[in-house]
Design a protein around this ligand. Sequence first.
Ligand code: ZN
Length: 338
Amino acid sequence: MFRTTIAGSLPKPAWLAETNKLWPQWKAEGADLADAKRDATLLWLKEQEDAGIDIVTDGEMSRQHFVHGFLEFVEGIDFANKVKMGIRNNRYDAMVPQVVGPLKLKGRVHEVEAKLLRAHTKKLVKITMPGPMTIIDTIQDSYYGDRVKMAMAFADLLNQEARALQADGVDIVQFDEPAFNVYMAEAADWGVKALERCIEGLTCKTAVHICYGYGIEANLKWKETLGDSWRQYEQVFPALAASNITQVSLECANSHVPMELIGLLKGKEVMVGVIDVASEVVETPEQVAAVIREALKYVPADKLLPCTNCGMAPMPRAVAAAKLRALAAGARLACEAA
Ligand code: ZN
């Protein structure tokens, strides 16, 4: 039986935050907001369990954005004076905070979500965090003056939180590195080293998610420029195969990624993206099973984890819930046929 999971994020309910936005405003504050985040986390936990997802997440209900949700807990960052920056190699502009001093965690980042999940499910629990290369591509450096040095400083903080998450009972800590698909040479050179610094000393499973982004317009336009065969993974996978990371997440559904690139990840568990997050059309179990069967040519069944291509944060709630069910149903179908 395949173990299913998701890349991480799910849509926030309309009573928690603005919908269909990457940087949504919260609908409550103070203790009410804390309650609302907790309620939304439990709701999506139940939806994942009922759909038949095996490795569940908090759906990232407690963070406004997948990068800035971490940065809010870091000292040495000025959020009051954001600057406009072209991110992901100028694919789109974002208003980003600035690093203005030595970086240090203010305290725990995801303790509440981790403990909440652990207390309410017997399933394997995963918490996601942004990877160091993606973080430094989403923040202005006004202090370190050296990209790699700043990335390593963030890696130390991520490692500190990852160790604490493991102590909370989290089974898998995942790092999201969409920047690996944009700066491939740098990713292979120091990005993977920074990632290994994040997982130093961990005994739980670890994962890296590398994707072509959410289904937002800027990403869809970028994908149109990538041609018929997307081989970005080819430059980074050999370095990842040689690393200590346990699992690698890649996008395969409706994608121009040649499936044979999975063969470069020998020995790794592979999270195969079988759900397209750039389309609101819900996959049939047969479509999901077909992608799984294709991937099985390159990765053994016990190392294949059917997954979503990326996070589902900007999608309508009902569509995301239906896609969870399609994912699990497709995995069951592929198993019966195998
Ligand atoms: Zn992604």
